[in-house]
Design a protein around this ligand. Structure first.
Ligand SMILES: Cc1cc2nc3c(=O)[nH]c(=O)nc-3n(C[C@H](O)[C@H](O)[C@H](O)COP(=O)(O)OP(=O)(O)OC[C@H]3O[C@@H](n4cnc5c(N)ncnc54)[C@H](O)[C@@H]3O)c2cc1C
Length: 546
């Protein structure tokens, strides 16, 4: 380890400038009363592909902005390792994600409340979703305007997406023009966290506004290596930057926002975690907390691939220099066209199991195809429809493998380890195939490439899921909120049994929400900021929409 350098003092230190960390940095500095240090392991968000929605595909394997994690072999996925990209840049994963804006279902948050987390029912959190939002369609009971997070419609309909939505209707599901409206069920277009065709990460939405404030210090390329304690009170953070070991002190609180993999990693490195694991690595134990790194949840997606009858897919644009130039010029002039779309264009939320009270699977309908996520696109017209179970029961773990903060932790989501998850994925694949075989879609299907049409029994479909399933990039719950002995944070996001330490990011979700996770984590950042300011004695300075 390099020698330690000077310590500067702040009111709050935020570790991680991701979806939640940028929200904290903005909200905690708004009044001017508090000095905040924001530490980020990655660099500035200057890569142009971060800001062009389609650039998402270029960031998948870029080590300059991505931690490029991979899971341990997954026992229920034929022992395959699954890629686990995570943003390592200002904006965190909100700078490299697929931009889809989906909050989940009201019942998800009511469930959090039922688990004993006061203040987290849907009625409680809705004002924070609204406060964050700048909804292009205007304000209503469920949506807000004027917030830092821009939410907009995809710029134009696409014939393949229209066919998918019509096919879902033919299969008996409604068209749904707002997955964050009164009902999530049905098929339609996703909305994106974008403004005028440019990505609105939390670095763009929240940090740009705040970065000139004299009371906010943003330190990029700073890897927090350890939380500093006096007894069981967090007093600062040690970090590595430019080959030096530095530290900073926090007179009020240390706030961890490193995301579902890195937050439990940092806690474990600092002596909070399963005592046996820490001792085996020579880390002094401050508190034996088996829940730190436990309960990892993620959405598994299984992708059906199709060859298209017409050259109208993204494959046809990307594989032709003439079309690429055309698309580039169109985007430069109007910020429209294929470069302005995110990971999924259209999709839907459906009940695959007849007994489900609300949708239990999500479909992403994607107008390009490749063999796996991030792989080169096929040299022929193609598209993908993937199915993912919304509320998996399977829970895995994140565990450090070394006391070196630069070493990746072991990550194992244990996908499909619950029988209910296996059944739901099979039911979801059946349902999706039923939609894709409706007359509206048939016109565009030249070939069902994967699974092949002979894959029909439950056992075949499960084998297909095991052989090809991969992440939709939604890891959560590794520092779970709750009141049971294994819960890591309480309903005010304070680490239980430890003074002046909070976690504010996707790791605190008691259970994964039924949708893409960025919107929910921005909400957690908004609510977390209010909890922190309330506890500091400064009542919430930002009006919460009624
Ligand atoms: C490829 C991909 C596609 C996705 N698509 C979508 C989508 O379309 N819609 C959607 O809603 N969600 C999507 N998600 C998920 C969503 O973006 C994430 O759930 C969310 O951004 C996570 O927020 P977070 O604040 O918990 O963590 P992050 O946003 O990951 O932020 C954590 C930050 O902390 C930093 N950090 C970590 N450890 C340290 C340390 N020790 N010291 C200093 N800094 C540290 C990291 O570099 C990072 O910047 C996607 C995610 C990925 C990776």
């Amino acid at each position: 380890m390099p020698a330690q350098q000077h310590s500067e003092s702040f009111d709050y230190i935020v570790v991680g400038a991701g979806s939640a960390g940028c929200v904290l940095a903005n909200r905690l500095t708004a009044s001017g009363r508090h000095r905040v240090l924001l530490l980020e392991a990655g660099g500035h968000d200057r890569n142009i592909w971060i800001h062009i929605p389609l650039g998402y595909g270029k960031l998948f394997s870029n080590a300059k902005v991505n931690w490029l994690y991979a899971s341990e072999p997954e026992p229920e996925l034929d022992n395959r390792s699954v890629i686990q990209p995570r943003g390592k840049v200002l904006g965190g994963s909100s700078s490299i994600n697929g931009l889809l804006y989906v909050r989940g279902q009201a019942a998800d948050y009511d469930h959090w409340r039922q688990l004993g987390n006061a203040g987290w029912s849907f009625e409680d959190v809705l004002p924070y979703f609204r406060r964050a939002e700048d909804q292009q369609r205007g304000e209503d009971a469920l949506h807000g305007v004027g917030g830092p997070l821009a939410v907009s419609d995809v710029c134009e309909p696409h014939p393949l997406c229209e066919a998918f939505i019509a096919a879902a209707q033919q299969a008996g599901f409604p068209r749904n023009d707002d997955f964050n409206g009164p009902s999530q069920e049905g098929a339609g277009y996703f909305q994106l966290t974008a403004r005028k065709g440019r990505r609105c990460s939390t670095a763009v939405g929240y940090l740009r506004q705040a970065r000139r404030r004299a009371n906010l210090a943003i330190v990029p390329r700073a890897l927090a290596s350890r939380i500093l304690f006096e007894g069981r009170r967090a007093v600062g953070v040690e970090y590595l930057q430019d080959g030096s070991r530095r530290s900073a002190l926090a007179s009020r609180e240390v706030l961890i926002a490193g995301g579902a993999f890195n937050s439990p990693q940092l806690l474990q490195l600092s002596g909070l975690g399963p005592a046996q694991l820490l001792s085996s690595l020579g880390i002094p134990v401050i508190a034996d907390m088996p829940g730190v790194g436990a309960d990892l949840q993620d959405h598994l997606q299984v992708r059906m691939q199709y060859r298209c009858t017409e050259p109208i897919t993204m494959n046809d644009v990307i594989n032709s220099w003439r079309h690429r130039i055309g698309a580039g010029l169109r985007y430069c002039v109007s910020r429209k066209g294929l470069l302005a779309i995110g990971a999924g264009y259209a999709g839907g939320f459906f009940r695959a199991n007849p007994g489900a009270a609300t949708p239990d699977v999500q479909v992403h309908f994607i107008i390009f195809s490749g063999d796996t996520s991030g792989a080169p696109l096929h040299p022929f017209p193609g598209f993908i429809a993937s199915v993912c179970q919304l509320r998996p029961e399977s829970r895995g773990f994140v565990r450090i493998k070394s006391a070196d903060p630069r070493a990746a932790p072991a990550i194992q989501p244990r996908y499909l380890s619950s029988a209910q998850d296996r059944d739901t994925v099979v039911a979801g694949l059946r349902l999706l195939r039923r939609i894709m075989r409706q007359p509206a879609m048939c016109h565009f299907v030249a070939e069902e490439r994967a699974p092949d049409p002979g894959c029909t029994s439950d056992a075949d479909l499960l084998a297909f899921a095991r052989a090809t399933g991969t992440t939709v990039f939604h890891p959560t719950s590794t520092c779970r909120m709750g009141s049971d002995p294994d819960a890591v944070v309480d309903a005010r996001l304070r680490v239980r049994g430890i003074d002046r330490l909070r976690i504010v990011d996707g790791s605190i979700m008691p259970a994964l929400v039924s949708g893409n996770t960025n919107a929910a984590i921005v909400m957690i950042g908004e609510k977390g900021a209010d909890l922190i300011l309330e506890d500091a004695g400064a009542s919430a300075p930002i009006p919460v929409a009624a």
